[in-house]
Each structure stands twice: as structure tokens, then as C-alpha cells.
Design a protein around this ligand. Structure first.
Ligand SMILES: NC(=O)c1ccc[n+]([C@@H]2O[C@H](COP(=O)([O-])OP(=O)(O)OC[C@H]3O[C@@H](n4cnc5c(N)ncnc54)[C@H](OP(=O)(O)O)[C@@H]3O)[C@@H](O)[C@H]2O)c1
Length: 345
């Protein structure tokens, strides 16, 4: 029988801050023994980790909404794990939990850290493990609160969402449809565009790699744009700004087109459209809504169950592939929420 003392924890640590796209050389691969939990702590075996565009920002030095990952530290990553040893009354061996294990195979959480680390039991009746990293997890919560709290959609309004086939985008578009809006996605390539229209029920999708986004917006948003959920920034944001309506809301969720720039971030040139249209742009950080995640999870799980919401995850296996798999987010190779499967339960 395997004991904790027999286990080795393989880890991936940040070795150097990238300039542009991260490379394998910027990571170090370490291993260390696994320890048993202390008073009231738990030992979690990582099952899957969530690969997120935000990871690129956490690798940079400097002030943000969360401190950067330090050089030599295990890379920060949200994920799903199985409790394999517990001294906590709140968790039993075998519990599947949401947590922030980082890029490593085992994660020891002291009892004093359980709350701060956000370890929580997952109800697999509401969704699969990978759905808990997608629609019911951090990206889904981002889409939900960004659209509902910042976008405040009204039935009949036109919502445009970029990164439409990605984790956040798929939630935003489907939720906006449920709320009675016209929904136009923007995504890269015919396969993604076809999927969001045919499978997810968006009204249209503009392939930004195929041509003119402005012309696509003109064709598919005949009444203008009331809400733009921006996941990409850059030229696409500028194009949407030319089509917004009076009192439009622009949710600044992310700007993935800018994350690997070696030159300064390109801001919106067309921002005076906000003035002309008495419109607003507002940023969102999902963690601000943690107190209300349970409400959004309950609502979204209902949509998953009654078939009004679908979810697509792109699962890659093997912790060692992390450096290359992460890059799929930045070249658009991921189709759906990018998940790295580390082990099976
Ligand atoms: N504010 C928050 O609290 C919060 C929380 C979670 C996520 N986010 C942000 O939300 C956005 C989406 O994240 P996600 O996890 O859902 O990722 P995702 O959409 O599943 O994956 C990233 C996608 O971005 C697109 N992309 C990459 N480079 C691009 C470029 N230069 N121009 C246009 N599109 C590009 C690619 O899709 P195509 O093939 O369509 O190009 C790629 O598949 C990111 O900006 C992320 O930082 C913010």
C-alpha cells in the first residue's frame, strides 16, 4: 500500500520573467517529498488545473490586483483536487475540492490557510469536474458577474462578445441569449464561429481572422451595440467602439491581444465614442464577487441541467506539457476552456 512517505511531488516553478511569449526555458522542473497535513490541514492530490490567460500577467513584475508569482515559486493555478489525507473536520479523504493547487501534483494546505486558500467541496451532481473549472468555475463566474452586474443586459439589447468560443465568452453569449438579447460573437476561424452559432445559439459570429470586424458589426448589429464584453482589447475594441449606442456598457474583462506585447499596451484610440454616446467602460475582477459565487453557480447549474447552457472544455493531459499547453491560449489553439489534466481520481 502506498503511504504519503512514498509520494513525490513534481512541480513547475517560475524560473525567469518572460519578455513576450513564455518559453520552456523560463520554467524549472523540481520534485520534493510529500508531507502529511498538520493540525486541521489537508493534503490534496491535484486532478486538473485551470490554464488561464491571467497567468501571463502573474508572471510579470509590478502592481496588479494580485501579487506577481515570485521567481522560484510554484506557478499559481486554480484547479480541482482530491483530498488524500485530512485532519480537518470539514474535509474527508475522497472529497473532490476546488482549490488553488498551483502547477504541482500535491498541495498541502495548513488548517489555518483553508479559508484563505479557498478550498471548497465540489458538488458533482451540478456539473462535471471540468465544468467546475469552466461554466461553474472562475471563468463562468467572470462571465456571469461581468455581464449581469456591469453589463446589466435588458431583453432586446445587442450584446457583442469577443473571445466568443473561449471559457468566459461561451458563458457570456449563452447567458445573454437566456436574458433575451441579440448576441454576436467575435472569434478566430470558421470552426469556432460555426460552433458558437450552431451549438450555442448565438445570432451571428464574426471571424476576425477572415477580415473586416467593422463590416461584420455593421452587418450583424443593425441596431448598434448596447453591451460589449471585451476579452481581447486592441484593434477589436477600437472597431466595436465605432458601433456603440447611447448609454452602451463596455465590460473590460481582459485584453489577451496585449498580454505578450514587448511594447506598451495599445489603448483604445476611439475612446471619444464614449463621450459622444454617454457610454461607459468598466473593469471587472472576478474575485470581488466571491461572496455571491454560490448564487451564480446555482443559476448556471440550472441552465446546464435544462440544456439552455452548454460547455466545452479543451483537456490536455500531463503536467509536463504545461509550458507548451499554456501557449494554446495565446495562439488560439484552445477550443473551449483550457484544462490540464494532471491525474485521475
Ligand atoms: N477580469 C477577470 O476577472 C477575468 C477572469 C477570467 C478571465 N479574464 C480574461 O478573459 C479573457 C478570456 O479568458 P478565457 O479564460 O476565457 O480564455 P479563452 O477565451 O478560453 O482563451 C483565450 C482565447 O483568446 C483568443 N485570442 C488569443 N490571442 C488573441 C488576439 N491577439 N486577438 C484576439 N483574440 C485572441 C483566442 O481565441 P480565438 O481563436 O478566437 O482568437 C484564444 O482561444 C482573457 O482576456 C482573460 O484575461 C478576466
Amino acid at each position: 500500500m502506498t503511504t504519503i512517505a512514498d509520494l513525490t511531488n513534481h512541480q513547475i516553478r517560475l524560473a525567469a520573467r518572460p519578455n513576450g511569449l513564455p518559453t520552456r526555458e523560463g520554467w524549472s522542473f523540481t520534485s520534493e517529498p510529500v508531507n502529511a497535513p498538520d493540525d486541521e490541514g489537508v493534503l490534496i492530490k491535484t486532478l486538473a488545473i485551470s490554464l488561464d490567460p491571467a497567468m501571463r500577467g502573474w508572471m510579470n513584475e509590478g502592481k496588479s490586483y494580485i501579487p506577481p508569482v515570485g521567481i522560484g515559486e510554484v506557478m499559481r493555478a486554480g484547479g480541482i483536487g482530491e483530498v488524500i489525507a485530512s485532519k480537518s473536520p470539514a474535509f474527508a479523504v475522497g472529497d473532490v475540492v476546488g482549490c488553488s493547487p498551483g502547477t504541482q501534483e500535491y498541495c498541502l494546505v495548513p488548517g489555518t490557510d483553508l479559508k484563505r486558500a479557498g478550498v471548497f467541496k465540489i458538488d458533482l451532481r451540478l456539473g462535471t469536474q471540468t465544468q467546475w473549472l469552466n461554466v461553474l468555475g472562475m471563468p463562468g463566474m467572470t462571465g456571469y458577474f461581468g455581464l449581469m452586474d456591469v453589463g446589466m443586459p435588458q431583453a432586446g439589447e445587442t450584446v457583442v462578445v469577443s473571445g466568443a468560443a473561449g471559457a468566459v465568452g461561451q458563458t457570456v453569449g449563452q447567458l445573454a441569449k437566456i436574458k433575451g438579447c441579440r448576441v454576436v460573437g467575435i472569434a478566430g476561424g470558421p470552426a469556432k464561429c460555426e460552433w458558437v452559432v450552431k451549438e450555442l445559439g448565438f445570432d451571428a459570429c464574426i471571424d476576425y481572422k477572415a477580415g473586416d470586424v467593422k463590416a461584420g458589426l455593421k452587418a450583424h448589429c443593425p441596431k448598434g451595440v448596447d453591451i460589449y464584453f471585451d476579452n481581447v482589447g486592441g484593434d477589436i475594441l477600437d472597431a466595436v467602439l465605432t458601433r456603440i449606442n447611447r448609454k452602451a456598457r463596455i465590460i473590460v474583462c481582459g485584453a489577451i491581444s496585449q498580454y505578450n506585447n514587448t511594447t506598451p499596451v495599445k489603448g483604445p484610440a476611439n475612446y471619444l465614442s464614449l463621450l459622444v454616446n454617454r457610454a461607459r467602460m468598466e473593469g471587472i475582477v472576478v474575485f470581488d464577487y466571491a461572496d455571491r459565487y454560490h448564487l451564480a453557480v446555482a443559476e448556471m447549474a440550472g441552465y446546464l441541467k435544462d440544456g439552455r447552457m452548454k460547455s466545452k472544455e479543451d483537456v490536455v493531459t500531463g503536467l509536463d506539457t504545461f509550458p507548451e499547453t499554456l501557449l494554446k491560449l495565446f495562439n488560439g489553439e484552445n477550443f473551449g476552456k483550457l484544462v490540464l489534466q494532471v491525474a485521475s481520481a
